[in-house]
Write a protein that binds this ligand. Structure first.
Ligand code: PLP
Length: 469
């Protein structure tokens, strides 16, 4: 064997051999060469598993045990893992040996994907393809500033739009911003507060409001009527509405885009990413009105004024086209609505039964489960102990047994939030809903019994939170 795991005389690079030889070092390699806090955190909560393969809505470990994925790679795996149609499209594009990324021609796939994407937003005309959600947002921010000739962007408190500097400037959480100042002089307004929006617009320097139709952190839908009223106000003040549908787009909420839930909420710029990748090739897309693109690309000299080296590459475009076909062929938008209603309904029915469970909200397959202070004295003491150590520990205490005992992967919806967010692949059905609700009910039973492993783990979390202060 050589250092790469290849036997002498065999081809110089052999991926399978490399993985077979060194796959077991994964956590050590990560600790040594990447973000060392990730393996540390995973070990703390006992999430340091070794998944070997994945298919659809499941991962499998070396013993062949299945794990239900209610997180979908933060929403990237909208179609589940290794969808055969996306996979075939990617094999096809590689086998075609296309003359891709020459940069001085107009290949067919970006035009075809743009055409197909725009068919879902008839009021928008053009697309810019980048490589991630944050880049889709950066593009929208730049385009809005250029098109309006104004500097300031408004965003909503608690918003999440990505972590590059522009997108971070419109991030509504201090925990993400801390340590990275100075950022752009953008301004937060409360989600749903039209008066606050109007006050800022009156200053005459606002290019746009960027908003998630359902806020990812905590799963908070914009109040009914907010998006359409905000759009009206923005247009009145010659500013733009940017909808960030990086997470909510492509069927997740039971409409193709979440803003389509509300008539009159059509954005001027629309950001898409995550699920468009098919879970394989990073991609971001910013859709916009013709006049906005014409302001940005206003002369031949400015043809490359906003561009990306990997933007619109053939693999990403092929994956995107395959994803949009599958969404249509498998009627995944309607499926997200039906299965989402079922899951939301079954979880909502538990709110009455469990004191720690305060609310279940969301749309389609984007669901937030919120915990809060219980009524009875004994449980309240336990809740207070966790809150005093660190808000968010109760939700973490639920996420952990869901994985350990029920092999279901979920996440706490944000730092210090007592909310679990469910964003499973859109292909899940009754079987997965049943598995989740049964497991969640069992964890709630144990939490309310006030004993057992869940509370032992709670005490471990409290100890660690106190030590880390
Ligand atoms: N916008 C929203 C609403 C998101 O949820 C995310 C990621 O979670 C982003 C933007 C950033 O996307 P990416 O991680 O691909 O940069």
């Amino acid at each position: 064997m050589t250092a790469t795991g290849a036997a002498p005389g065999s081809p110089p690079f052999d991926l399978r051999a490399l993985l077979a030889a060194r796959g077991e070092e994964r956590y050590e390699l990560h600790s040594r060469h990447l973000n060392h806090q990730l393996p540390r955190m995973l070990r703390t909560i006992g999430f340091d598993r070794r998944y070997e393969r994945a298919e659809g809505a499941y991962f499998y470990d070396a013993d062949g045990q299945d794990y239900l994925d209610m997180l979908a790679g933060f929403g990237v795996m909208g179609l589940g893992r290794h969808h055969p149609v996306v996979r075939r499209a990617l094999h096809d594009v590689l086998d075609a040996s296309l003359a891709d990324l020459t940069r001085f021609d107009c290949p067919p796939l970006p035009g075809l994907l743009a055409e197909r994407l725009l068919a879902h937003s008839p009021h928008l005309d053009r697309v810019f393809f980048g490589n991630s959600g944050t880049e889709a947002v950066e593009t929208a921010l730049k385009f809005a500033r250029c098109a309006t000739g104004r500097p300031r962007v408004l965003y909503c408190e608690h918003a999440f739009h990505g972590l590059t500097c522009g997108a971070l400037s419109v991030n509504g959480e201090g925990s993400f911003r801390d340590g990275f100042a100075p950022l752009l002089p953008d301004t937060a307004v409360p989600l749903g507060d039209l008066a606050a929006l109007e006050r800022e617009l009156a200053r005459g320097d606002v290019a746009a409001l960027v908003v998630e139709p359902i806020q990812g952190k905590g799963v908070h839908p914009a109040p009914p009527g907010y998006l359409s009223s905000a759009r009206e106000l923005l247009h009145h003040h010659r500013a733009l509405l940017i909808a960030d549908e990086v997470q909510t787009g492509l069927g997740r909420t039971g409409d193709f885009y979440a803003h389509q839930h509300e008539p009159g909420a059509e954005p001027d710029l629309l950001c898409v990413a995550k699920a468009l990748s098919g879970g394989y090739v990073p991609v971001g897309a910013t859709l916009g009105r013709d006049w906005i693109f014409r302001k940005v690309y206003s002369s031949m000299d400015r043809v490359l004024v906003h561009s990306a080296s990997f933007g619109a590459n053939a693999q990403a475009m092929a994956a995107g086209l395959a994803v949009l076909s599958v969404i249509e062929d498998e009627a995944l938008v309607a499926r997200a609505r039906t299965v989402g209603d079922l899951l939301l309904g079954r979880l909502a029915a538990l709110v009455e039964r469990y004191e720690f469970l305060h609310a279940v909200r969301g749309r389609g397959l984007m669901i937030g489960i919120e915990f809060g202070r219980p009524r009875s004295l004994g449980l309240r003491a336990r809740w207070s102990m966790l809150q005093a150590a660190r808000p968010g520990l109760f939700a973490q205490m639920v996420v952990v047994p869901l994985l350990h005992r029920h092999r279901i992967l979920t996440q706490v919806s944000g730092d210090r939030l007592e909310v679990i967010k469910l964003i499973p692949p859109l292909i899940i059905g009754e079987r997965e809903v049943d598995r989740f609700v049964t497991a969640f009910t069992e964890v709630m039973e144990e939490a309310h019994a006030g004993s057992g492993l869940i509370w032992d783990f709670g005490r471990t979390l409290v100890g660690r939170a106190v030590r880390e202060r």
